[in-house]
Design a protein around this ligand. Sequence first.
Ligand SMILES: NC(=O)c1ccc[n+]([C@@H]2O[C@H](COP(=O)([O-])OP(=O)(O)OC[C@H]3O[C@@H](n4cnc5c(N)ncnc54)[C@H](OP(=O)(O)O)[C@@H]3O)[C@@H](O)[C@H]2O)c1
Length: 360
Amino acid sequence: MPTRRSTPPQSLSAHSGPVPDREAVDTAAARPVRFGALGTSSFGGRRVLPAMTACPQTELVAVGGRSPERSQRFADRFGCAGSSMAALLERDDIDAVYISLPPSLHGEWAARALHAGKHVLVEKPIATTAAEARAVVRLAEDRDLVLRENFMFLHHPQHDAVAALIAEGRLGGLRSFRGAFCFPPLPTEDIRYVPGLGGGALLDAGVYPLRAAAMLLGPGLRVAGATARVRQSDGLDLSGQALLVSPSGVLASVEFGFEHAYGSSYSLWGEGAKLTVGRAFTPPAAYQPVLVLEEQDHVEKFTLPAADQLTASLAGFAAAVTAGGAAASPREARWRQDAVAMMELVDAVRAQAVRVTVEG
Ligand SMILES: NC(=O)c1ccc[n+]([C@@H]2O[C@H](COP(=O)([O-])OP(=O)(O)OC[C@H]3O[C@@H](n4cnc5c(N)ncnc54)[C@H](OP(=O)(O)O)[C@@H]3O)[C@@H](O)[C@H]2O)c1
């Protein structure tokens, strides 16, 4: 089958599509948004806090963790103040709080930060249930504060290119979406293996393909069925699958887990072609994404520019804070609604999953 290399499709800005608008980030903003970080997590230390100190639109003012020694180590490393978690929320030199705690603490600390008048960027998932997500969202709306999950992939322009190909009719009528985020087992002490901390593959990995399905197929997805491989000792889900259907009849399936070889991809299958995104959720900043479009008699590959989705997430959040009027802005309302909708899908997958018990 012949393969053709093509120039990237037009950006989504020329179309109306399902992906949220990218922020037009004002790099000449008056002053950076001042962050306090809650949690001395591995991910925060390796990825987010270095990006936050480097991003011109954000400034890291303080780090608060449960251990004073570890908080101080982070503070020394990033040239900011060390604090307890509660004291960090009292600081009046902080505009926003970044939360990287175990998922079971996301809702509670997001609520505490909002009560303290801070904007909140919380690691995914926003909460562990839809009811908890709704309560946090209501609080953000009542207080007119920005509340976003740090779903970095949503900020990568490769999904604009996907939406542009759909809008140009290259796939024809959409028939199905398939998404997967799977990776190998983690160290046994990892928070993802602790049920009481919001562990489990659905909350950690399943939320990615679920969110991607919602991003591309729009609101109103329903869960038609689910399966889970759960650990014999405590019922923690190690992997799973779910079937969904969109209001217009597009079928979706998602797969997730941490007992696999690495995979982070989605594909969309239409009546005219199939489109695959090979590094959907965690493309490194220097990686040039390749979209593969398969038609009946040929394959076309689109190589896109590299993009730093983490910095885009931080800069987009900072732009929203700087713009003010968080509750009234349709863009911010969409972020909040999407977060609640995803947790409703998570609840439905959890409720419907046929469980098979495995050693682990
Ligand atoms: N957006 C992404 O791409 C991405 C990627 C990876 C992770 N994450 C998210 O980032 C968060 C942290 O993940 P991680 O892998 O970095 O985990 P981690 O290194 O284990 O960090 C967990 C943090 O929570 C604290 N903690 C643990 N148990 C606690 C408890 N009972 N009470 C209070 N604090 C507690 C830990 O404190 P100590 O430092 O004192 O141990 C640590 O600061 C998770 O929400 C995860 O979903 C997001």
